[in-house]
Design a binder for this molecule. Structure first.
Ligand code: CTP
Ligand code: CA
Length: 236
């Protein structure tokens, strides 16, 4: 659809978009994070607002965006709470956030020092600490499991993949779509020099139950966003 046709095609719809990488704190000054810039999610929110939707953007990247309710979060658990609250009466949810799969099991309320006294003889312990991780909830999978028949938003996932010995980027994408049970999966190939922080993106859009793929790009993240909303509006 071209821009003129699209304009207003999300009018009266409520959509939720997540973006950015979550930050999982170790202590007051340190966190485990990832390279997500939040730009694709921001473009998705802007595109939905331009097409008439009422938009909530749940993001780790503080931002202001005309016509968009921004909820700033830091951790995966906070993102889950914000998404669940915003999704109650939503028509679509797009999970573009790079949610940390794990978080540190313990949070140190004071800064972790590189050298600390041992309990017994008072001598300094110079050993490197071991960080124990625990799993974060899979928010996308939870959204799929918890959607009722009365309120059933279209659910879109993103998959950042690198190909490996066990399969190509697309193989991993298809397997992930089946595993997650979402309606649409937007697959992109990543690497330190690809996608992260860039203004352009190249993606393949997969639909559950369909062998058709839509390839977009290299294109602006705004153009990718419009292609994602095209896939969503087809399902609304
Ligand atoms: N996602 C989520 N909650 C998580 C992890 C991921 O909601 N704890 C969402 C992401 O926002 C994305 C989709 O799931 O929309 C796919 O994320 P991805 O990291 O590619 O998938 P995983 O299932 O975590 O698989 P893996 O990292 O092992 O490839
Ligand atoms: Ca993951």
């Amino acid at each position: 659809a071209d821009a003129a046709v699209r304009r207003g095609d999300l009018a009266g719809r409520r959509v939720v978009v997540t973006s950015g990488g979550t930050r999982e704190p170790l202590d007051p000054v340190r966190f485990l994070g990832n390279r997500s810039s939040g730009k694709q999610g921001r473009a998705l929110a802007a595109a939905a607002a331009a097409r008439g939707a009422q938009v909530t953007l749940v993001t780790s990247v503080p931002t202001e965006l005309a016509g968009v309710d921004v909820v700033t979060i830091e951790t995966a658990l906070q993102l889950r709470d914000a998404v669940v609250a915003a999704t109650a009466d939503a028509d679509a949810v797009v999970m573009a956030a790079a949610v940390a799969d794990f978080r540190p099991a313990d949070y140190a309320p004071t800064k972790i020092k590189k050298s600390h006294d041992t309990a017994d003889d008072g001598s300094a312990d110079e050993s490197a600490p071991t960080i124990t991780l625990v799993r974060n909830p899979d928010i996308l999978a939870e959204l799929v499991t918890s959607r009722g028949s009365a309120t059933s938003p279209v659910i879109v996932g993103f998959a950042a993949e690198t190909g490996d010995d066990t399969g190509s980027v697309l193989d991993h994408g298809r397997a992930k779509l089946e595993r997650k049970g979402c309606d649409v999966l937007v697959v992109n190939e990543v690497g330190v020099d690809k996608t992260f922080g860039a203004d352009d993106n190249t993606v393949t859009i997969l639909r559950r139950g369909s062998d058709e793929t839509v390839e977009v790009g290299p294109a602006s993240k705004a153009a990718v966003a419009d292609a994602v909303w095209d896939a969503v509006t087809d399902l609304l």
